[in-house]
Design a protein around this ligand. Structure first.
Ligand SMILES: [Ca+2]
Ligand SMILES: [Ca+2]
Ligand SMILES: [Ca+2]
Length: 386
């Protein structure tokens, strides 16, 4: 009897174990996963057949005989997009959703019309992998041409009284998702609107954004604005998709040339009677400041004479002091000083008369031919020797 009980006991253990194993077979069934794409209410989201733009959603529906552990989304064969999911993030519908910002794929014109193949994969707790069918989409964008550049400065038909000016404009583009870089091309010329050349090109990464170009950057021999001359300019804005919009053509004129101001001595030597100490080396540097209302480049003549060389009556006028001495040849080929200083020889106890005269790039100089415009010379005296 004992043996019989042992045999039955062993049998029962085998049956129970076998039943247990039969009720818990290893999970070998992968999750079933399918994807679809749907539009959102985000900016410019649209789906037209397989052509998509803006922000769309990839929706994965997943089932498994035991339970879903992980879901991931992919572009191409292996590039994972977004995070992984352990639970449906659309709890209402029990599905997994990846928000796909396809506009971020469309960064420049080369990206328009590119195809992207997407898929999703799901794993169950036993590591079985389910793969969805792939779907291929063409990413596009609704592109609008840039706005006509807003011309800021100088205003149309303005008169510019300076040797140079800065052209300023502002460009913008209605497409902001993503923000598009604009290329500005500046056209500039003198005389007539038909005489404009492309003088500058720049790329701006943010819009709206201002651009500028300074006329001294003009690539030609004389970059100065010429008095009483008309100038024309316009700006063409081009977005990354090659769509361009031109500004209006603006005009400005450089006004009549203004003559340089009368120079001022840098010391008190622009009055009569100043007395200076005897210089050790017998020389004295005359310095003066000079300005032009238009900012034109200036050259200078300096007139200088000792008391023995001039006929002093009531006043001494520069035109009586003779030609400039020791002229230098300036960069424009004129025999005038390019710097506002000049060194002279002086002797103790002697009074000297001097006066600088400045001339602008266009030859304008303060008049001293007419008596009412005469400029009194300045004077200084070197101290007597002890
Ligand atoms: Ca399974
Ligand atoms: Ca655009
Ligand atoms: Ca001037």
């Amino acid at each position: 009897m004992k043996k019989t009980f042992v045999a039955i006991g062993v049998l029962m253990v085998v049956v129970v174990l076998g039943t247990f194993l039969a009720c818990s077979p290893k999970d070998v069934d992968p999750p079933q996963i399918s994807i679809e794409i749907r539009a959102t209410d985000n900016y410019e989201s649209s789906i037209d057949g397989n052509v998509i733009q803006g922000v769309v959603e990839i929706v994965a529906t997943v089932t498994d005989n035991v339970g879903v552990d992980t879901v991931r989304f992919f572009i191409g064969d292996s590039i994972q997009i977004g995070t992984h999911y352990n639970e449906p993030n659309d709890t209402v519908n029990g599905v997994y959703v990846y928000e796909w910002k396809v506009f971020e794929l469309v960064r420049d014109s080369l990206d328009i019309g590119l195809e992207y193949t997407i898929s999703a994969k799901a794993w169950d707790g036993a590591g079985n992998e389910g793969v969805s069918e792939s779907q291929t989409f063409v990413v596009t964008i609704d592109n609008q041409a840039p706005e006509s550049p807003y011309m800021m400065d100088p205003e149309d038909d303005d008169t510019v009284n300076l040797v140079s000016t800065m052209l300023k404009w502002q460009g913008s583009d209605a497409d902001l998702h993503p923000i598009q870089e604009l290329v500005y091309k500046v056209y500039f010329g003198e005389g007539s609107a038909g005489n404009m050349d492309s003088v500058y090109s720049t790329k701006k990464g943010t819009v709206p954004d201002t651009g500028n170009w300074a006329t001294p950057l003009w690539d030609r021999d004389i970059t100065y604005l010429v008095p009483e001359t008309d100038y024309y300019w316009k700006v063409v804005a081009t977005d990354p998709y090659g769509q361009s919009t031109e500004s209006e053509t603006y005009h400005f004129e450089r006004g009549a040339n203004g003559i340089p101001d009368y120079p001022r001595a840098s010391t008190s030597l622009d009055s009569f009677g100043a007395v200076i100490d005897i210089p050790e080396d017998g020389t004295f540097k005359l310095t003066w400041t000079s300005t032009d209302p238009n900012g034109d480049a200036l050259t200078h003549r300096v007139y200088f004479a000792s008391e023995d060389e001039v006929d002093i009556t009531d006043k001494v006028f520069v035109y009586e002091l003779g030609d400039p001495i020791n002229p230098v040849i300036d960069t424009f080929g004129r025999s005038e000083l390019a710097v506002a200083e000049y060194t002279v020889q002086v002797s103790p106890g002697v009074q000297y008369y001097w006066r600088p005269i400045s001339t602008d790039f266009w030859g304008a100089t303060p008049s001293f031919a007419a008596p009412e415009d005469n400029i009194a010379a300045w004077s200084f005296t070197v101290a007597e020797e002890d």
